[in-house]
Design a protein around this ligand. Structure first.
Ligand code: BGP
Length: 468
């Protein structure tokens, strides 16, 4: 059966939202006592902006929230900068940083926008990185202290928490994060394990301190297609889906390493050291919901096994690299792609939601999905981003179909509320419903302007998706 003629309907309390992250949006990277994060000091391609000023949200937050209110957002997902509230990651607290997020949260609540808080979005405090970063077990303790501080400060005001943004991107696509050098896989999987433990501790702590709050992981999940119906391609797709995606949710939800992935790690002698008590913590921690970021699907074929699998296309969060003996990245001739060569696959969103639902049976919140494009500001101050409207129109419809399929989708937060700096492709790769008047290097006046997609999304929210 096709199930393609279902009516698109969203529940009355659906969280129509939008997303940002601290280092990509706030700017003020060294103001009011903020410590540096790894993203502030990451090496950058010369032709793109760094994150120092970003969209200067730190100084524009009231105006930004007012525009979000006008847009009609029911929810806003943002991240807290760890090094803004604890400058060296583990020591003294920065009162100005604490106050900033109180002000932001209060402003959101006064505007009837539900704050959804990510605790950690790629921006580890640089001081912790100098001491070994996530490979160092002490970072777990630092994160637990940071988590406790966030719950103590903001716990009364926050219902939805997300612990770590895209842990699986940090491990599987480290090249997307502007690192000096890419760590070995052995190191990456130790970092990964330590993050799992930190995430588990944060979830347990949250439930103890605020039993009514909801907390969960926020990986980047995609359906992985076999390039052909050759069974060998299906094995490759299954390999890559397990390594890239399911490991992260299996550990978060079931507290267990995926058997296939553990075997892959042992075969390559890159399995992490697991300390006494770790597995018990992983098993004890239970997420209340799953947040997921979705941009594209992947299409893969069987590895040729001769070392030729590494794709010439580079690889970032959404461009698969290939791995000898595991899978080979292939093009999908059925899909269009963005100007930045990310596959556009609305039906893939429905499929991905179904897969998560089948495997975990938990509520799902889409915390990122969007189209990066080189928007053009016209002379009369307009931004005609009809391509973005088309993109969301198709994706929202598929989300509605997934709901009709039985998926408990509770909300949808497109990336991004306002233009910000892309993780590794500068500020000309824009995502927002709201344009920010700056270029890669010319900061201009940072004026906020509504794109055509702003007015369209406003109507979608107003009609609870009926105009789609
Ligand atoms: C996700 C990240 C976001 C955001 C988004 C778009 O992987 O969680 O921080 O950057 O991708 O990616 P990019 O900025 O590389 O275009």
């Amino acid at each position: 059966m096709q199930y393609n003629n279902k009516e698109a309907k969203f529940p009355a309390d659906f969280l129509w939202g939008a997303s940002t992250s601290a280092y990509q949006f706030e700017g003020a990277y060294n103001e009011d006592g903020k410590g540096l994060s790894v993203m502030d000091i990451a090496p950058h391609p010369e032709d793109v902006a760094d994150f120092k000023v970003a969209s200067d949200h730190y100084h524009h937050y009231q105006e930004d929230v007012q525009m979000m209110k006008e847009l009609g957002l029911k929810a806003y997902r943002f991240s807290i900068s760890w090094s803004r509230v604890i400058p060296d990651g583990k020591g003294d607290i920065n009162p100005a940083g604490i106050e900033f997020y109180h002000n932001l949260i209060d402003e959101l609540k006064a505007s009837n926008i539900e704050p959804i808080v990510t605790m950690y979005h790629f921006d580890l405090p640089a001081a912790l990185q100098e001491e070994g970063g996530w490979e160092n077990r002490a970072t777990i303790d630092a994160f637990t202290k940071y988590a406790k501080l966030l719950f103590e400060e903001y716990g009364e005001k926050i219902k939805y928490w997300l612990v770590i943004n895209e842990q699986n991107v940090m491990i599987n696509h480290p090249g997307a994060l502007n690192r000096d050098e890419i760590p070995s896989k052995k190191s990456l999987y130790q970092q990964c394990h330590n993050m799992f433990v930190a995430q588990a501790k944060a979830m347990i702590l949250c439930h103890k301190m605020y039993p009514e709050a909801l907390i969960g992981p926020a990986p980047n999940i995609m359906a992985v297609y076999p390039a052909t119906c050759n069974p060998a391609d299906s094995i490759a797709a299954n390999n890559w889906a397990s390594i890239r995606c399911w490991l992260y949710l299996d550990v978060a939800v079931y507290g267990k390493y995926t058997d296939l992935v553990w075997q892959y790690l042992v075969d390559r002698e890159i399995e992490p050291e697991i300390y006494a008590g770790d597995l018990e913590l992983l098993a004890e921690a239970k997420p209340d919901y799953i947040a997921m970021n979705y941009y594209a699907t992947a299409t893969v074929g069987a590895s040729k096994g001769d070392g030729s699998d590494l794709s010439a296309r580079g690889g970032d969060q959404q461009i698969m690299l290939g791995e000898n003996g595991v899978y080979r990245a292939e093009q999908n001739s059925y899909l269009d792609s963005t100007d930045f060569v990310w596959a556009i696959d609305p039906i893939g969103l429905r499929l991905t939601l179904r897969k998560i639902n089948e495997r975990y049976h938990l509520p799902i919140l889409i915390t990122e999905n969007g189209l990066g494009a080189k928007d053009i500001l016209t002379e009369d101050g307009k931004i005609h981003d009809d391509y973005r409207i088309d993109f969301f129109n198709k994706h929202f419809k598929q989300a509605a179909l997934a709901i009709a399929d039985g998926v408990n989708l509770i909300g949808y937060c497109p990336w991004s509320a306002v233009d910000l700096i892309s993780t590794h492709q500068g500020c000309s790769k824009r995502y927002g419903f709201i344009y920010v008047n700056r270029d890669e290097f010319d900061l201009k006046d940072m004026r906020r302007m509504k794109k055509d997609s702003f007015y369209w999304y406003q109507k979608v929210i107003e009609s609870n998706g009926k105009i789609l």
